[in-house]
Design a protein around this ligand. Structure first.
Ligand code: SF4
Length: 419
């Protein structure tokens, strides 16, 4: 039958789950595997034991925000400390941003913690402490909660039958259905959401979603997937293709036999048999990170008990690493000679502290490289011992002297800890 005008054509059958009995079998196999193999994680234990829906949603929410871009193993410790300190939305709403940044320090992408706290405040002040009860409302009403997080909270905490698509799910679904078009393109992402919503188990949506993500994290991993142990291998078209080649030997370039298929690998980069299932997913080439250099100076003085103290200053409240503390730093122009960068840093410190800093007094310590998501940052580190007190003009930026121990307990980035 003809489709109404404006409706996109459905994807070719090889890229779909259209057989209800296959969908049923895939759900059963995946859930049985998950029941037997799932990792014991604190947020899972909490969500399973908590009877109050708001508390449950909060516990899942915190874990989902922490897990964005960060490994499970790293998150566990942060999560436990966070939930101990702020076991409820109400407790979090009363925290200061400084406390949030301190606890978050080292997790990266600092704005996530800040937004989580802002959203908690909003739930308490505008929604009477009640979390929105559907994925649609979560996404609409809570700042920082996107489609994925909303789906995860709603399915895991409330049992709403809604799918989720994250990096792990993208990989698994692209392999299951031989999707080789750019997996970061909106057209492919929309298809994957449709697929996730169609597949999600109606009676155990939260477990199903977690199972699919867990499969991607532990079995269907990026480089060397463990296909032999995979609970859904009999549903996997990438694996079938690897084992048996093309289902029908079509002479043209189209993989699924449908001309101009929007989900197959582009004709210019066809299936590469040396890659096997890791032909999928595919992404358009990543943009090269921006290269940046920053001079930073560790100012040191003797504190009142003789222990060394270091000066840290606070970054502006917006932009990269917003509100975090760092050693006084100065972004450098590209290609600046060592001598010139030392002078620039001395000028900067002099203007800022009013102390007669001379370039020759700065001791070069070394260079520290830190990769932020989109910046390849090199810190050129100097040190400067002082034998008097320095007070910075608080109108310029807040600053304070800290011992090494206090430094580590402050809201400082991982890059500064390396410095
Ligand atoms: Fe992934 Fe292999 Fe399982 Fe297919 S069979 S879903 S490629 S682990």
């Amino acid at each position: 039958a003809a489709l109404p005008a404006g409706t996109p054509a459905p994807p070719p059958a090889p890229h779909l789950f259209s057989d209800p009995s296959e969908i049923g079998a895939l759900r059963r196999n995946l859930l049985a595997w998950y029941d037997g193999c799932k990792r014991d994680l604190p947020w899972r234990t909490l969500a399973a034991a908590e009877t109050d829906a708001d508390r449950r949603a909060y516990a899942v929410w915190v874990s989902e925000i922490m897990l964005q871009q960060t490994q499970v193993a790293t998150v566990i410790d942060y999560y436990n400390r966070w939930m101990q300190k702020w076991p409820t939305l109400q407790a979090l709403a009363q925290a200061s941003l400084e406390e949030v940044n301190e606890l978050w320090a080292g997790l990266g992408y600092y704005s996530r913690g800040k937004r989580l706290q802002e959203a908690a405040k909003k739930v308490v002040s505008e929604l009477a402490g009640r979390m929105p009860r559907t994925a649609e409302d979560l996404q609409k009403l809570l700042p920082g909660v996107g489609r994925y997080t909303a789906g995860a909270i709603a399915s895991i905490s409330y049992g709403q039958a809604t799918g989720v698509v994250d990096g792990n799910v993208i990989r698994v679904l692209c392999r299951l259905r031989c999707i080789g078009a750019d997996s970061s393109s909106p057209a492919v992402i929309d298809r994957l959401w449709d697929m996730a919503n169609a597949l999600v188990d109606r009676s155990r949506p939260g477990d199903f979603n977690q199972a699919l993500m867990e499969l991607g994290a532990t079995v269907c991993v990026p480089k060397a997937p463990l296909c032999g142990e995979c609970p859904v291998k009999q549903h996997c078209r990438a694996r079938r293709r690897k084992l048996f080649g093309k289902p029908t030997p079509v002479p043209d370039v189209e993989d699924c036999g449908v001309g101009g298929c929007p989900l197959c690998p582009p004709a210019t980069e066809p299936w590469d048999s040396s890659l096997g299932v890791t032909n999928f997913p595919r992404k358009a080439a990543k943009k090269q990170p921006r290269v940046a250099r920053t001079a930073t100076c560790v100012l040191e003085r003797r504190g009142c008990h003789g222990a060394p103290e270091y000066l840290i200053v606070q970054r502006p409240s917006s932009g990269l690493l917003a509100g975090l503390w760092e050693f006084p730093s100065l972004p450098l122009d590209q290609g600046l000679q060592e001598e010139k960068q030392r002078e620039a840093l001395a000028d900067h410190l002099r203007a800022w502290t009013g102390w007669p800093v001379v370039a020759g007094g700065l001791r070069f310590v070394g260079e520290v490289v830190h990769i932020f998501s989109h910046i390849h940052q090199t810190y050129v580190v100097y040190s400067l011992p002082l034998d008097g007190d320095v007070t910075l003009d608080p109108a310029l930026s807040p600053s304070r002297w800290v011992t090494e121990e206090e430094f580590h307990a402050s809201a400082v980035s991982t890059a500064m800890k390396k410095v």
